[in-house]
Design a protein around this ligand. Structure first.
Ligand code: PRP
Length: 158
């Protein structure tokens, strides 16, 4: 595991994720209509469900991408594709970081609108719409990857 590129952690609660995904839906409302959502697994699944609910989109597909080098963001492999050019489709992911995943999926569906909830500077140019930017050296800790636990008072954390 290579954690060296992260200096900060940005923990996100379920409530915040819900709120940010709804903010994304509000923005996408202006840019649609979209006939179908393509969620990038696995991180895109929860935001895609929220956006699908808010925009009343009932056609939801998945593109399944696995990166085998957790936190180091090494090679990504497409495990499942969808066919089509993506005209009028909406691709949803939780995060664009280096932009590698987005590039893969954009090549697959060049006409689709690409939206993420969070974006880091390196990946930002490749997405059409996002809500919150975080710095490149921040590790976004999603609610499905974490649980509540005791922490030391901050005076003891230095
Ligand atoms: O811009 P990139 O550097 O490609 O990183 C962004 C991708 O990384 C995360 O997925 P992850 O590889 O953690 O897989 P998971 O969603 O299945 O956990 C996230 O959900 C994006 O798909």
């Amino acid at each position: 595991m290579n954690t060296s590129r992260y200096k900060k952690t940005y923990p996100i609660s379920w409530e915040q994720l819900h709120r940010d995904s709804k903010a994304l839906a509000w923005r996408l409302l202006e840019l649609g209509p979209f006939e179908r959502i393509v969620a990038i697994t696995r991180g895109g699944l929860v935001p895609a469900a929220i956006v699908a609910r808010e925009l009343e989109i009932r056609l939801v597909d998945t593109v399944c991408v696995a990166s085998y080098d957790w936190q180091a963001q090494g090679e990504s492999v497409v495990l499942k594709r969808v066919n089509g050019k993506g005209d009028g489709w909406l691709i949803i992911d939780d995060l664009v970081d280096t932009g590698k995943t987005a590039e893969l999926v954009r090549n697959m569906l060049p006409k689709a609108h690409f939206a993420t909830v969070y974006a880091k500077p390196a990946g930002r140019p490749i997405v059409d719409t996002f809500i919150t930017e975080v710095s490149q050296d921040t590790w976004i800790l999603f609610p499905w990857d974490s649980e509540h636990q005791f922490v030391q008072p901050i005076v003891h954390q230095r």
